[in-house]
Design a protein around this ligand. Sequence first.
Ligand code: ADP
Length: 520
Amino acid sequence: MNANASASRMETRPASLRILFLSAEVFPYAKTGGLADVAGSLPKAIRRLGHDIRIVMPRYGFIEIDRWRLKKVIDALSVPFGEGSEIAIIYEARLDDVPVYMVDNARFFDRDGIYAYPDDAERFIFFSRAALELAKALNWQPHIVHCNDWHTGLVPNWLKTIYKDDPFWKQTRTVFTVHNLAYQGVYGHRILEVAGLAHHGFIAHPQLAHWDHVVHFMGRGLIYADFITTVSPRYAREILTPEFGAGLDPILRDRADTLVGILNGIDVEEWNPATDSYIPRRYDVASLEARAENRRALLADVGLPEESEGPVLGFIGRLTEQKGIDLLVQVAEDAARYLDARFVILGTGEERWQSMIEAVAEKHPEHVRAVFTFNNPLAHLIYAGVDILLMPSRFEPCGLNQMIAMRYGAVPLVREVGGLADTVQDFDPRTGEGNGFSFKEYKAQALYTALVRAAENWKHRGVWRTLQERGMTTDFSWSRSARQYIEVYYRALNTSGEIPERLREKLAFLPGATEATKTP
Ligand code: ADP
């Protein structure tokens, strides 16, 4: 259908949408980072606006059936897989009013962790395909399948190929949300057979020569989805450039008119200093001084001295290249020495960053303490106890920590990228405007300069209190962003369901895996 014909159609705008929401992690059941927070809170907000949204996730081995009172809803769902099929058991939990279907299959999901297994491609193909088969088995026809990150990237591909003529899926449109472009899911040709896509072949693109004989999960999501979103307006612009596009910017530029940046919210019930059961002293903006008790508890908990001249700094996050750990480590040294700041670092991840952090902590035992576990209660205590939360990220699609920090009266210090730039405005002492501190260049000096400014302003109790109050009274809830997602759902629903012409012209669909493997 051409553009004119689709424009002249009556717009479809059902008052209540049916949305199937797929995520590899959902808080509180399984979490490694921000994706889980989003998947555990956005659907609740969409439900509150009157739409029938249902989540599907894997049931990993560590999600206990009794603890979460999972109800078995399907004994044996047959899921096409490779040449044959595999069986899924489907459980159901409830997140407030939102049904959460969990796909169980011992071979794929009975593991201690979520990712980084050699068969991740097979695992997430199975999960995504099971989600589609589940909708069919329930005879629940979604208007929208909302896919999140590379794990679900083949869903839009399937709906436009192998399910294309299936009447059940005829009206369904897909929305693909990029939470982090750095994780792409790139696999060899054999995976096309596992996915049942061998006959539809490889995809070649003139600016992506390295795609030959490679199956790119996120790339396929970006090509086939009817609409694409990402988690902040700034990141939506950044990823159109080679600097932030992680090799996918040529596709994203061709899809720019169907790419929307929607800022993440946070779960303001989960993250609420007035009701938080993990912290010794609850408080709100009117009782900010009570926060000092949490600060003391934090320092005692990690074993740092209570008395010192400087502020208490915090970092929480995955220890990866992205998070700017190299800057953090360089600055920790100076902060200890010249600012007498105490620094609490909580994170899990790559060994090399861990040992770098460990080295500074050993050198400055009175100032730097690191905890290398995934520890949600300690994270709560850090937000409630530190004066300044640092996020010197190389890139940051949205970032939730800075918003959680502000809600807890900790002042964020961030690098001016992605969602950090959209949520934190550098404090300007001349105008009194701003809600935190930020720096531009990815350099330790730039971070340190901002930290000195923050530490100076921290001494001015009145100024500091204003910054804290500003953060604590900002609306970080999902209500606004949830409405923006619903608008995207309607826009997606009213697309033709074809790959945009501009992109299609550039793509070549090469012979399938079976033929390709025969070529020398
Ligand atoms: P990303 O998605 O890149 O990991 P975000 O800032 O979007 O980063 O989200 C991070 C989320 O994970 C926050 O809720 C943060 O509190 C939590 N988190 C990260 N690391 C840890 C950890 N080691 N222990 C507890 N919570 C953590």
